[in-house]
Design a protein around this ligand. Sequence first.
Ligand code: EPZ
Length: 422
Amino acid sequence: MDKFVIYGGKPLKGEIEISGSKNAALPIMVATLLSPGKYIINNVPRLRDVRTMAHLLRIIGAKIEFENHTLVIDTTQADFPEAPYELVKTMRASIYVLGPLLARFKQARVSLPGGCAWGPRPVDLHIKGMQSLGARLDLDGGYIVARGTKLTGTHIYFDVSSVGATGNVMMAAVLADGTTTLENAATEPEIIDLGNFLISMGARIEGLGSKIIQIEGVPGLHPSDYTVIPDRIETGTFLVGGLISAGNINLKKCQPRHVMKILEKMKEAGATISVSENEIHLSSEKGIQPVNVTTDVYPGFPTDMQAQWIALMSIARGSSVVTDNIFQDRFTHVPELNRLGAQIVQKNNSVFITGVKKLNGAPVMSTDLRASASLVLAALAAQGKSDVLRVYHIDRGYETIEIKLQKLGADIVREDSGEVTS
Ligand code: EPZ
């Protein structure tokens, strides 16, 4: 297993490019199942989760080539409508195949994702949505099993605004008979990107980016080539890296429109920010101010930036509070940040942070994707050496982050930790 060895205290300086969005690329890859044929998907990040999804699509029968940042996916021969537990347990996003499998094959056998460290993460909205479209679903041996399903358009109200359920049901509805209305739909840029890809395949969708999405079912779709949007969470992570290290950085190939709330909070925290079409420049002369954050659905402050923000606030000049209203117990990074000398106390779904003058390097353990990003950021600011263990978590969602950080002057290397995978 790999670890990062980081010597902190160096300001990040220079320029890097932001990769394509993981959370847009994953459902777009799955949507290629909806119509047999060959697809060319560009700006796809080279991530562990993308490789896992490619593996799942191969099991279903697709042929996949992945060169640089281009995926060539051929779903002509796909004929095995199943997502096995072994894969789904490593990546919850595998549940996204349910909609396209039901729409194309009228049947599916998809493992339930299982537990998550952040508390309950049900998929009831995905299941209810498919049942509303007329799918007959049973739970059998930990699997969602659907047979001989005919999908018919209808009105669906989501009790909670869910990115996954919106994307999954939208993919099922594009080939259903009649019109489907999704109310309280997710408005995240990744859902808009998935919707735009489906439209490029011939789907009829209106209202993307609003809380009400209308999908008029069509008899068939066709393959299409597409370019994935930049990753707004990677963008936000590097922006925090720039401020936490008192640096001066330029991010290219990003989409500033998708990170407005993050930019607003960065400015409040003391960053000097300038934006151009696909670039963001950050400098940090004024130190770090304490700024409270409460996560919300888009365009609110993303839960996927909560951990990174806590790391930043741990060395702010004063106290702050961070509350996560999306995932109530997504704080496994807090005890690890306290190992670096931070002063953070969790109470229910909030953490109370007393900013300290400096952090000190130490060995810390990654527990999930964004938690590991917060540990790397804190280690960049800490004095001395830190070992960030189990970085396979960070490889799920950041493309060679240590190489990008080295390009910005960070003292970080990847090493074999000698820990064996269980
Ligand atoms: C997506 O997860 C992202 N993952 C997550 O990013 C992100 O944290 C999350 O959206 C919120 O923005 C991908 O896109 C692959 P949700 P998803 O359904 O779809 C509840 C990362 O770090 N809910 O929007 O699983 C749920 O428990 C990952 O890149 C139900 O109650 O999130 C949560 O409280 C981590 N029933 C809320 O809705 C359901 O059926 C939002 O979850 C589904 C969700």
